[in-house]
Design a protein around this ligand. Structure first.
Ligand code: PSU
Ligand code: MN
Length: 301
């Protein structure tokens, strides 16, 4: 049974999609591995509420007993937020999760893979993965997924722990369109500036929808990244950011932390070292991105 249809899409999301209403996909790695408890659960539920208030249907995505689940109940969101047995599932893990009936949180890559196949066109997250710093070429599976899945991904750029110039070049090479929502510069997650330019600035959800329609008409297979800077009052000051980032990267290196543990480790160390400043920025940008994504989804529907 689960082999023939591994998807489990909630009734609310199924109906909204059938009626052509606005739906926004939300990922779950940020809940399970990106934010500390109990803020993770509060944030996950608040993101859903924000999407609803803005007139769209939220579709939080996760793996539950191997099923690719789209649209979770509150109890299921709580399980993802509170259980110690939630794996971080990227694209390479999807078949394993299905075969082994795992419970897992989905990254940007696997959330996109599932959301697109469920018929959802808009996805909101915090920061995408990208090219890591350092000599080993550690490139997030988020990037090739963005190159091959035609969705609108609303985010605050790539996480600042990454090599942002390399990530920006990668996006260009593989044809991912990079839009700045009200800005010319690609945001850098906790920070509004990166020194890297977007392909074009857009100033309204309707403008984003027009680009998406044109991309669809051309049958392009890649994503459009809509980058939205962290709200001004939640931005982390550059000097503080530089200090805590440098320290976190050094510590990860000394402790030999790599692979899928690296991103969660860096995010949590930076939050501790900044007295919660990066955590506040992370939550503020997630909320803001959910709001923008809902307005874009409405403009598309
Ligand atoms: N955005 C956040 N917090 C996170 C992530 C994104 O604000 O924890 C997650 C996303 O799920 C993204 C993942 O796909 O980090 C990237 O992990 P990696 O670098 O291991 O590919
Ligand atoms: Mn990696």
């Amino acid at each position: 049974m689960s082999e023939s249809n591994p998807f489990r899409i909630s009734r609310e999301v199924t109906e909204a999609l059938a009626e052509g209403r606005a739906v926004v996909a939300l990922e779950s790695t940020v809940i399970a591995h990106g934010l500390p408890r109990p803020l993770n659960l509060e944030t996950a539920l608040r993101l859903e509420a924000i999407v609803r208030e803005a007139g769209a249907v939220p579709a939080t995505i996760a793996i539950l007993e191997g099923m690719l689940s789209v649209g979770l109940t509150e109890a299921e969101v709580r399980h993802i937020a509170e259980s110690d047995r939630i794996k971080k599932i990227s694209r390479r893990d999807l078949a394993l999760a299905l075969a082994e009936k795992w419970d897992g949180a989905t990254t940007v890559a696997s959330t996109m893979w599932i959301a697109h196949r469920a018929g959802i066109r808009v996805f909101a997250t915090g920061g995408i993965g990208g090219c890591h710093r350092g000599s080993l070429p550690d490139v997030s599976a988020d990037l090739p997924e963005l190159a091959s899945t035609p969705m609108l991904v609303v985010c605050s750029g790539a996480k600042v722990v990454l090599d942002l110039p390399a990530t920006r070049e990668w996006l260009e090479t593989y044809g991912v369109t990079l839009l700045g929502y009200g800005v010319e510069e690609m945001p850098a997650f906790y920070s509004r500036t990166s020194g890297l330019m977007v392909d074009a600035r857009v100033d309204s959800p309707e403008e984003v929808a027009r680009v998406a329609a044109a991309q669809r008409a051309l049958k392009m297979e890649g994503a459009i990244l809509v980058t939205v800077p962290v709200p001004v009052d939640a931005e982390v000051p550059a000097a503080l950011l530089e200090e805590v980032l440098g320290a976190a990267i050094d510590e990860a290196e000394r402790a030999g932390i790599k692979g899928r543990e690296l991103t969660p480790f860096l995010l949590s160390r930076m939050s501790e070292q900044s007295g919660g400043a990066t955590l506040r920025a992370n939550i503020a940008l997630l909320e803001n991105n959910a709001r923008v994504a809902a307005s874009v989804a409405r403009a598309l529907s």
